[in-house]
Structure formats: structure tokens, C-alpha cells
Design a protein around this ligand. Structure first.
Ligand code: NAP
Length: 283
């Protein structure tokens, strides 16, 4: 059912949809800068094709990245999964070694590195407000807990999902709070005391989207990171009010760089990958 794009394509990204993905441009720049012959393609894989694709990958690829909606469904199809990926219930990087499939999650590392780069923020002892409790929030929130953030407040439109995520993450030193979008006084308080607000909802992907919360609640934010790599209403608000801010491309870059290192056991050529990513996103 799946076919190799050509003999050099040994890595790929899978998703549904996947046409928009800029990972091939970024990873191929990495392979070329590192002087490697392998290339990185993309496969449109629907949920009911995931098992077939993993078997195809087992016999034909060296590794692949997974994006929406496959990150948690993949877990049951792999031979081994890194403990941190299991805890995050999310795999975005699969390596094929001797016919076995190994799963990792590099989203948390990508976000942590992007926060350090954008705001010089260290997770340990920091206070974080995360907007959203979907796949992206789940994949990265575990990083904050394992890096011993002091306080993580999860704010979500559907409060029960924020509560379920907080419950799942409990048991470490990080103080966890779950809030619904309508608890505006508590949200404003948490944001005022936080080192960073992370926008991890999908609201803002389309220009017509309403913001994920009342923008005025962000007025006292120390810094805002939006996982979406577009100039969203949240980022425009931050710029207008001189709040330090960054979009999600740094996270995309560093999660991809970490995948590259896992597969090749080399340091990723980050500068070449960043330039290719910027060029692809600015097209
Ligand atoms: P998801 O699993 O579908 O979750 C969507 C989240 O957004 C849920 O928390 C949902 O709340 C919330 N939401 C959706 N519409 C909303 C609205 N109108 N108002 C308030 N909240 C709303 O999506 P995901 O996989 O977590 O992805 C979230 C975003 O992260 C996407 O934009 C994706 O592009 C981005 N992302 C970026 C990177 C990167 O490398 N930069 C990596 C991964 C993901 P409910 O629970 O109430 O539905």
C-alpha cells in the first residue's frame, strides 16, 4: 500500500493531513549540511492505515516523525517506548533498529529549548501557565514536571480535561492547578505570577479563529510563547503591549533537531535546519 518515494528516502513525517508539513524542508537541509545521503519525505497516513504504515517503516525506513492524529495511537504499535514518551502518552519520533521500532517524544525538549532561546527561561523553579489540554499540551507538560517547575497551571475550555491532565502529572514536586476558561479571576492571578504563558490550544490556526481566552487576561504576562507558528491574535496582543513573545517555530526546530540526533547519533546542524524552516514557513 505504501511505496518508497525513492531509494534515498529513509525518513519521513506521517500525519493526516500532512501536505502542509515543513519538516521535509527542515530535515533535508539537516541531512545535506551533515553530508548524509539519506533524505526525508512525507506520507499521508489515515488513522486506519497506521498499523500498515508502521510495518512498511519497519522494512523500508530508518525512522519517522508522527504528527496529528497519530502521536498516542502509535504507542501500542511499537516494540519499545521511552519512559518519558509513555508518561506523556505521545510519540513523535520512531527509530527503526534491526527491524524493531523504538518510540521517543521530542516535543518537550523542543519546547524547553525554545523557551530557553526566546526568554532565557529555565524550567526548574519556574511558574508556568499553559492554555490548552489537548495533544500538544499533554506531550509537553510532562517535561515541566520532570524538570521540576514550581507551579504549572493548566487552563482549558473543557475544565475536566485540564483536571485529568493535572491528575495524570501529579506525584512530583510541581504544584498543579487546573482551571476552566471561565475562571477569569484565577486565570488573571496565575498569569500575573507566572514566568511564561504557553498557548497550546489550536485556536489561532485559522485567521478567523477567536482567541483561546479573553486577551485582556494576558495583560500582566511576563512572556508569551504560542505553539502555533503564525502571528496569532495572542501574539499580536503581546506585540502591541510590549510583552516578550515567540511563535512555535523554535519548538518545531528543536524537536526536529532532537529527532535528527536520535536517528543519526550526530549533533544536528541547527543553523541549516533553522534557515530551511524559516524559508519554508515564509513562502
Ligand atoms: P488538540 O489535541 O486538538 O487540542 C486542542 C486544544 O485546543 C484543546 O485543549 C481544546 O480545548 C483547545 N481549543 C480548541 N479550540 C478552542 C477555542 N476556540 N477556544 C479555546 N480553546 C480551544 O490539538 P493539539 O494537537 O494539542 O495542537 C494544539 C496546537 O499546538 C496546534 O495549533 C498545533 O499546530 C500546535 N503544535 C505546535 C507544535 C510545534 O512544534 N510548534 C507541536 C505540536 C503542536 P477543548 O479540550 O475544550 O476542546
Amino acid at each position: 500500500m505504501f511505496e518508497l518515494e525513492n531509494e534515498f528516502v529513509k525518513y519521513a513525517v506521517i500525519g493526516d493531513p500532512v501536505a502542509h508539513s515543513v519538516s521535509p524542508a527542515m530535515q533535508n537541509a539537516g541531512f545535506m549540511a551533515a553530508g548524509l545521503d539519506e533524505r526525508y519525505g512525507k506520507y499521508h497516513v489515515k488513522p486506519d492505515e497506521l498499523a500498515d504504515f508502521t510495518e512498511f517503516a519497519r522494512h523500508n525506513l530508518y525512522g519517522f516523525n508522527a504528527t496529528v492524529p497519530h502521536k498516542s495511537a502509535l504507542i501500542d504499535l511499537l516494540d519499545e517506548v521511552a519512559p518519558a514518551a509513555l508518561a506523556a502518552n505521545s510519540v513523535n519520533t520512531v527509530s527503526v533498529r534491526n527491524g524493531k521500532l523504538y518510540g521517543d517524544s521530542t516535543d518537550g525538549y523542543g519546547l524547553e529549548t525554545a523557551l530557553k532561546e526566546a526568554f532565557d527561561l529555565d524550567i526548574a523553579d519556574s511558574r508556568i501557565v499553559m492554555l490548552g489540554a489537548g495533544g500538544a499540551a499533554q506531550a509537553t507538560a510532562f517535561e515541566f514536571v520532570s524538570r521540576q517547575a514550581a507551579h504549572l497551571t493548566i487552563v482549558n475550555r473543557t475544565k475536566s480535561k485540564a483536571e485529568a491532565l493535572a491528575e495524570h502529572l501529579s506525584g512530583q514536586s510541581t504544584v498543579l492547578t487546573a482551571l476552566g476558561n471561565d475562571e477569569t479571576d484565577l486565570i488573571a492571578q496565575a498569569i500575573t505570577h507566572a514566568d511564561v504563558v504557553i498557548q497550546a490550544t489550536s485556536a489561532g490556526l485559522r485567521e478567523s479563529d477567536a482567541p483561546p481566552l479573553e486577551l485582556e487576561l494576558l495583560q500582566n504576562a511576563a512572556a508569551i510563547f504560542d505553539m502555533i507558528y503564525k502571528n496569532t491574535a495572542v501574539l499580536q496582543y503581546a506585540q502591541k503591549h510590549n510583552i516578550p513573545c515567540a511563535d512555535g517555530r523554535g519548538m518545531l526546530l528543536h524537536q526536529g533537531a532532537k529527532s535528527f540526533s536520535i536517528w543519526t547519533e550526530r549533533r544536528a546542524p541547527v543553523a541549516a535546519m533553522r534557515a530551511a524552516l524559516d524559508a519554508a514557513l515564509n513562502k
